[in-house]
Design a protein around this ligand. Structure first.
Ligand code: F0G
Length: 453
């Protein structure tokens, strides 16, 4: 059989509230053309993020009932700990309330003024936490990552020459760690190959510097390795996952992605001394080491989720449903970041709206047009998000992120139809202008208005 089905049945449903185009026009205006300011019940298909928005399995809900809420030594922590050790091999396991809490603790321990942290591409909270420690965040992804049409199978790879150059330029004493984000969210959800992780490891070994993974989407990355990297097809995803982690000295993970949970994070180390420092900070702001920033029931949900993400039926369906959306848009003439990523399709808004300049926020204009036309909520990754310092980013993108196990194929068909209908009338998409915005992270709260042509 060729048809790939959703590998689950639906036991609980959440109704979607329908709205008309006229209603959405008013909602959009009231929200200042900023979809972060629209209430979720006014959204038909919510593709704002794949973070914490997935559906949990019946086994995860069963775990929620089993949750041991003891302050110290909760049995739920042991279940969580055993699963994490089994999958990753890291013995130092700190539970946090989400990925960015792990990042804050990591960089409080390892960052600091005058230091430089290289990554393929920092996600925005990772960058913010590196910079909050006083260090500088440097992106060293390969050049193809910035070419939406390049079909390099591992567009998330680190540029090894530039990494070597950075060590030569700033000196090893200024680089406390190297990070790799798998998959590379800021660059289109693109994977990093095992060969590249090994090369980065070698550079780290040559300089005696640790390698950390931002492993939010580790399972999708491993599945791409299985599909695309020579010699990997016959390996299990869990053995590839294990090799990825074996090559690293530590990791930050948002369990809102690959814990298949609604909240949670992990901070992982091999080094006991580093873990001790981090645990002291954990107690200060997250919680006692056997629950961190989480309830016992969350630990149960994550422990079970970490098992389910390695099911290859699930991963086949997951990667295929994102590819289906991407391929249909491409076939309809919409330029996306090729090939489609692991968790999202990224529309190239520069190609979509050639009549708009970066100052006119083309990607935000497409986000608004999609919402107005069909109630679909995507997110801008372009000049509104990153242009606050007056510099245009490399690309103007609209990310359509697919929550895990939440929408069916007909929902995706609806999204495809919506994008193609907006595309057919793209010359009518109007420029936007900022009315008011805070100095930092302005995309969350900025108010905009539409200009006439
Ligand atoms: N690293 C990456 C690569 C991420 O994509 C995210 C979150 C984080 C770290 C932070 O994790 O949200 O649990 O604190 N990404 C979400 C997104 C928010 O929509 O891409 P968190």
């Amino acid at each position: 059989m060729k048809t790939i089905i959703e590998p689950f049945r639906i036991k609980v449903v959440e109704p979607i509230q329908m709205t008309t185009r006229e209603e959405r026009e008013v909602i959009l205006k009231e929200a200042g053309y900023n979809l972060f300011c629209v209430d979720a019940d006014k959204v038909l298909i919510d593709l704002l993020t794949d973070s914490g928005t997935g559906a949990m399995s019946s086994e995860q809900w069963a775990g929620i009932m089993r949750g041991d809420e003891s302050y110290a030594g909760a049995i739920s922590f042991h279940r969580f700990y055993d699963r994490v050790v089994e999958i990753t091999g890291f013995s130092e396991v700190l539970p946090t309330h989400q990925g960015r809490a792990s990042e804050r603790i990591l960089f409080e321990v390892m960052g600091g003024p005058g230091l430089v942290v290289p990554n393929n591409s920092h996600f925005d909270t990772t960058r913010a936490n590196v910079e909050a420690s006083g260090a500088k965040a440097v992106d060293l992804v390969i050049d193809e990552a910035y070419d939406p049409k390049s079909r390099n199978p591992f567009k998330g790879n680190m540029n090894i020459d530039r990494l070597q150059q950075l060590f030569a330029e700033v000196g090893v004493s200024k680089i406390p760690l190297v990070m790799l984000t798998v998959t590379n969210n800021s660059g289109g959800g693109q994977p990093v190959s095992l060969a590249n992780i090994r090369e980065v490891r070698k550079v780290c070994d040559d300089h005696g510097v640790p390698l950390f993974l931002d492993a939010c989407r580790f399972a999708e990355n491993a599945y791409f390795i299985k599909l695309r990297e020579p010699g990997m097809a016959d390996r299990t995803v869990s053995s590839i996952v294990r090799e990825m982690f074996d090559l690293a000295d530590g990791a930050t993970i948002s369990a809102k992605k690959y814990g298949l949970a609604n909240i949670g994070g992990l901070l992982l180390f091999r080094d006991a001394a580093l873990a001790r420092q981090a645990r002291n900070l954990l107690i200060l702001t997250e919680g006692f080491p056997t629950y961190g920033g989480l309830a016992g029931r969350d630990l149960e949900a994550i422990a079970q989720g970490l098992e389910e993400v390695l099911h290859e039926d699930y991963l086949r369906y997951r990667i295929r449903s994102v590819a289906y959306l991407g391929e249909r848009l491409l076939a309809g003439g919409v330029q996306i970041v090729e090939p489609p990523g692991g968790h999202a399709v990224y529309i190239d808004a520069t190609a979509f709206c050639p009549h708009l300049t970066p100052e006119q926020f083309p990607a935000q204009a497409v986000v608004c047009a999609l919402y107005r036309h069909a109630g679909v909520r995507g997110v801008e990754i372009g000049s509104l998000m990153f242009g606050g310092d007056g510099q245009a980013p490399e690309m103007e993108l609209v990310r359509l992120a697919l929550p895990r196990r939440t929408y069916t194929q007909s929902h995706i068909d609806y999204v495809i139809e919506a994008v193609l209908e907006v595309f057919a009338e793209r010359d009518k998409i109007k420029p936007l202008e900022i009315v008011e915005a805070p100095a930092q992270l302005r995309h969350f709260t900025a108010r905009l208005r539409e200009l006439d042509g």
